[in-house]
Design a protein around this ligand. Structure first.
Ligand code: ZN
Length: 194
């Protein structure tokens, strides 16, 4: 399996005229190849897109999507006290149950707060995020070694064993043609035809 983490769903300030269409298009490309779309939701921002909430709920029930939390809003969780973190997680969990029908189990934090930097060194701020989340059964996922679809497209010899089980990281406004090319290369490698 390949997982595609899709951040900032659907960030208001990035909402173009057809944000919902772009998000659905990215989902359809991932589903076409049989891989798993893991959108990181912004619960407050999504309130303006009831049709997208409905789409996520439907695809989640179908087992085609695993939605997780990005945040109530696109805030830096390192600025929150432990009590504020707990209150925010509870509100978001209530929102997930009411709107999507499932709980989230992972927090893909904005800017990777509370985890490692891209190079693996731990962040100095936000050290209480991961233990607080864990006490509520939530795993904090950071931005360590992100896998960009462009890296796959540029890989001259895609070996399935190098990619199986990995998570591609993008935003829903990512170039759909490049995503399609990357997933096609992975599927070809998975089927052993390359
Ligand atoms: Zn973000």
């Amino acid at each position: 399996m390949i997982y595609v983490r899709d951040d900032d769903v659907l960030l208001k300030r990035m909402a173009h005229t057809d944000a919902a269409g772009e998000f659905v298009n990215v989902h359809n490309i991932i589903e076409k190849y049989g891989y798993t779309h893991c959108p990181a939701l912004l619960t407050n921002d999504l309130e303006e897109f009831p049709e997208v909430i409905e789409f996520i709920r439907y695809k989640t029930q179908q087992g085609k999507m695993i939605p997780q939390l990005h945040g109530s809003s696109h805030i830096d969780y390192a600025n929150l006290s432990i009590q504020e973190l707990i209150d925010d997680y509870r509100r978001c969990q209530d929102w997930f149950l009411a709107n999507i029908g499932v709980r989230f189990t992972r927090h893909y934090t904005p800017w990777g707060a509370g985890g490692r930097r891209k190079d693996g060194t731990p962040m100095v701020r936000g050290t209480s995020i991961a233990p607080t989340a864990k006490s509520l059964g939530i795993e904090v996922v950071d931005m360590f070694k992100p896998l960009d679809p462009r890296h796959i497209v540029a890989d001259p010899s895609v070996q399935w064993s190098n990619y199986e089980g990995r998570t591609i990281t993008l935003h829903w406004w990512f170039n759909p043609e490049i995503l399609d090319m990357a997933l096609a290369k992975l599927k070809e490698a998975e089927n052993g035809t390359s």
